[in-house]
Design a protein around this ligand. Structure first.
Ligand code: PHE
Ligand code: ZN
Length: 850
């Protein structure tokens, strides 16, 4: 029975209500006496009134803490406590706050605050987890120098900063850089280290370590190389040097997110740092390299300059994603990275921005900040920085960044501060540009053309549909990169940036000998949905911009699939011929050609249909995709073995761009071949595979053609003791199966003895795969919806953060037919009716339902 009075409506926090904290902190001393069920945390904090803050009552955040005692200037006090924190009368001047609390890391299944994972103690404090460790002003604009003493029986005891001393059962750490509590970290356990070293540009020697559980030491070398490469890159490209004696990374198995940039002590989901050729795919290696870079880059963009409040999250995340993207582009292939990023943006950010969860890059209100670590804040936040750089130019961008670091080092800054740096260093008025931070929704840009007397005119119209709480939108400033191609395919106008600032604007190009073909939004210079009636086959053949060449093929693929879905048309032969030409061009990077072979996702097609006012039918989308794949396999039956041959790698395995590009092309070809030979070649690939990239892609092909059972059993036997590989085993058999089989497997796997559902990686392996399998998840029986909901309801008591994030699987529900909408609504209401529903999940589901 649901007791309405027990669930109070969660409070909404507004950006406009920001108020500085009434005190400053001179220093923080913490002592931890670790014990699984009764850890004691003793804090000593020097507070002094903050002259710049309004009058206020003394309030410290604190949740799920057992207060043992508190003292002010040595005198015992009895504060008033409630579920959110503590209030206390305090002296009018500076004072010493001393407090002792008890917490139980062992029973912390939310994985926020101090918790245990595989027998080891670890912390996760971003965004508001420190308040589960001790009473504290847990807000990013309160920065302090921390000294931490850790006492515990484990051999390895770590915290932020530099090691000051250690002995039997204790260690003391000091972090000289003032930091907000969300960057605090502590680790204790039986860990082994993979050491490394780095000499900074000013000659300082830094000790590096990756700490892992015994048995995983063989999976650290790649992460260490990536760390060293990141440190070097940030010096060379941004002039940023590391600022402590030590940099530690710790791998933990139970983690809600990918990784965390705690000062000097990054904590990683083990899936985002551990790698070996036998157990990790090329994709895993690339992702690990990028995440290590991302967390390291936060040392400057996030830690040295942090956020004033959580509404400014994109200040650190957008910028750091942008920086890690630049790093990957420099180390690997820039066009391939750009295409990968746009695929992710269209798959994850566009649906968010066009549905009930749409919010500005800088949100203006929230109930639970954990729900705003989104594709919009991260990926669109990075796109916004990319546009800013495009608008001001590379040199001005570098100057602005230098000024940003100079002006705001040590600050808790805002988006206004960030923009001001660009205004001051370039003299440009960025008032209109700021709309990218305040307005939600993906802009639609419509392109029309005119040709007269040697003058070619492009007219661009922008329109952004309403989003929750924002009925009408003002025009953005949109940098649209354009190039013109002559009739023979030569470039007659090199890439130029058109600045679209009005709702509608025309740009003319004079003195042209013949009507050109326009290549618009090159490099995806702006995160918009473009509609442009252009000769895509021509662009596929001739565009000098690798992104737009790829996107021309994507556009043709969408048109082809839509025609197949809605009219039962045959696959478009002109497109397939054009594509074949590209595939045969051995001067093109194999990775790029492999991307050319990828089809738009079912979810993207569903969105395109919905945009055209056609209700998407997941079964029809699945069937058309299947028909197209078979048609391609048939059509290219001579080409495919040639591609496979060309893509063969004979050298010893390396996860670099060159080899992984070849393996990707080989896998694309093999996938099509498996549709012709019933899995014969895939079986041979599986049996002889000596790396996970090959083994997993062959296994996927076998499952897809219904020949996967023996291989799955063999794979299980081989890898049952490796948690990360088992996550792949769980996910792949759902992802690679036909819709009904995928549902059967998902249901069965939730009963598997290895389905440790409290482990976020395992939970996501199953339900992430299910939610991404469009035709299975949206099966008309509603089985997919019900299964996910059963488990969300179950997980919510244990881990609200992961539960809430997974609810976004339902965010596109309004696209579908009335029958499916009704099925989904029942499930969403079932979640809302759960007793003690977490604030996280309640906020997500009510927004989706609204
Ligand atoms: N700040 C982390 C990152 O982007 C992400 C994160 C957020 C991790 C919240 C844990 C909790 O690098
Ligand atoms: Zn980040």
């Amino acid at each position: 029975m649901k007791d309405a009075s027990a669930q109070t409506t969660p409070e909404t926090i507004y950006l406009k209500d920001y108020k500085a904290f009434g005190w400053q902190i001179e220093d923080v001393h913490l002592t931890f006496k670790l014990s699984p069920d009764a850890t004691r945390v003793v804090s000593k904090i020097h507070f002094a009134p903050n002259p710049d803050a309004p009058e206020q009552e003394f309030f410290l955040h604190g949740e799920e803490l057992n207060l043992i005692r508190a003292r002010i200037d040595g005198e015992a006090v009895t504060p008033e406590t409630d579920a959110r924190g503590l209030r206390c009368k305090v002296p009018s001047g500076p004072f010493l706050w001393e407090c002792e609390v008890e917490i139980a890391p062992e029973s912390n299944t939310a994985l926020e605050g101090l918790y245990m994972s595989g027998g080891m103690y670890c912390t996760q404090c971003e965004a508001e987890g420190f308040r589960k460790i001790t009473y504290y002003p847990d807000r990013p604009d309160v920065m302090a120098v921390f000294t931490v003493r850790v006492e515990g029986e484990m051999p390895v005891l770590l915290s932020n900063g530099n090691l000051k001393g250690k002995g039997d059962g204790w260690a003391e750490w000091h972090d000289p850089w003032p930091k907000p509590a969300y960057l605090f970290a502590l680790v204790g356990g039986e860990l082994v280290n993979h050491p490394g070293a780095f000499k900074t540009m000013s000659g300082k020697d830094i000790e590096l370590n990756i700490w892992v559980r015994p048995g995983d030491e063989g999976k650290c070398a790649f992460g260490m190389e990536a760390l060293i490469a990141s440190m070097k890159w940030d010096e060379e490209v941004y002039g940023r040097e590391y600022d402590l004696d030590t940099f530690n990374i710790v791998a933990v198995d139970d983690f809600n997110m990918g990784a965390m940039e705690n000062k000097g002590l990054n904590i990683f989901n083990s899936s985002c740092v551990l790698a070996s050729p036998e157990t990790s795919t090329d994709g895993n290696f690339e992702r690990i390299e990028a995440i290590i870079a991302h967390e390291y880059f936060h040392n400057w963009t996030g830690n040295r300059i942090t956020c004033r409040d959580w509404f400014q999250l994109c200040l650190k995340e957008g910028l750091t994603v942008f920086r890690d993207g630049q790093f990957t582009s420099d180390l690997r292939s820039a066009p391939v990275k750009r295409i990968d990023d746009v695929i992710t943006l269209r798959a994850r950010q566009f649906p968010e921005d066009q549905g009930p969860l749409a919010h500005p890059v800088r949100p203006e209100s929230f109930q639970e900040i954990n729900n705003f670590y989104t594709a919009t804040v991260y990926e669109k936040g990075a796109e916004v920085i990319g546009m800013l750089k495009t608008l001001v130019g590379d040199e001005a961008y570098s100057k602005a960044l230098d000024l940003y670091f100079e002006r705001h080092d040590g600050d808790a800054a805002t988006i206004e501060d960030w923009i001001k740096v660009f205004e001051d260093s370039t003299g440009r008025d960025l008032t209109q540009f700021k709309r990218w931070y305040s307005q939600a929704g993906t802009p639609f840009v419509e392109v029309s053309e005119a040709w007269e007397d040697g003058t070619f005119t492009l007219t661009l119209k922008q329109h952004t549909p309403p989003s929750p709480g924002q009925e009408s939108k003002a025009p953005y400033v949109i940098p649209i990169a354009v190039g013109l191609l002559g009739p023979n395919g030569d470039e007659v106008l090199e890439t130029q940036i058109l600045e679209l600032t009005e709702a509608e604007q025309s740009f003319s190009f004079e003195g042209l000998a013949a009507r050109p073909v326009a290549s618009v939004n090159r490099g995806f210079s702006a995160p918009v949905v473009l509609s442009h009636d252009v000769d895509r086959a021509f662009l596929l053949a001739h565009d000098t911009d690798p992104f737009n060449r790829w996107d021309a093929s994507q556009g043709l693929a969408k048109e082809c699939l839509l025609a197949m879905i809605t009219t039962g048309a045959e696959p478009d032969a002109i497109w397939l011929d054009g594509l074949e030409h590209v595939l045969r061009d051995q001067t093109l990077d194999p990775a790029y050609r492999s991307l050319m072979l990828d089809l738009p996702s079912a979810s993207e097609l569903a969105q395109v249909l919905a945009d055209q006012g056609v209700t998407p039918d997941p079964e029809a989308i699945w069937a058309a995709g299947d028909r197209l794949v078979k048609a391609r396999a048939e059509r290219w039956k001579d080409l495919l073995p040639e591609l496979a041959k060309e893509a063969e790698v004979t050298a010893p395995y390396k996860p670099d761009a060159e080899q992984s590009g070849k393996r990707a092309l080989g896998a694309s070809a093999a996938t099509l071949i498996s549709r012709l030979d019933g899995g014969k070649a895939a079986q041979a690939r599986f049996d002889s595979a000596d790396n996970m990239t090959l083994q997993l892609s062959a296994l996927g092909n076998l499952i897809r053609v219904g020949q996967g059972d023996a291989a799955l059993a063999k794979f299980y036997e081989q890898w049952k003791d490796d948690r990360l590989v088992m996550d792949k085993w769980f996910g792949l058999q759902i992802g690679a199966s036909e819709p009904e089989a995928a549902l059967d497997r998902a249901e069965a796997l939730t009963q598997h003895p290895d389905f440790d559902w409290t482990n976020p990686n395992r939970f996501r392996a199953v339900f992430g795969a299910l939610a991404m399998h469009h035709a299975a998840f949206h099966h008309k029986s509603g089985r997919g919806y019900a299964l996910l909901t059963d488990w969300l309801i179950k997980l919510d008591d244990k881990n609200p953060q992961t539960t809430a994030r997974m609810c976004s699987a339902f965010q596109t529900w309004k696209r579908y037919d009335a029958g499916r909408q009704a099925l989904i609504q029942v499930q969403l209401e079932r979640i809302m009716a759960k007793d003690n529903l977490s604030r996280d999940t309640s906020e997500m589901v009510s927004r989706i339902l609204a």
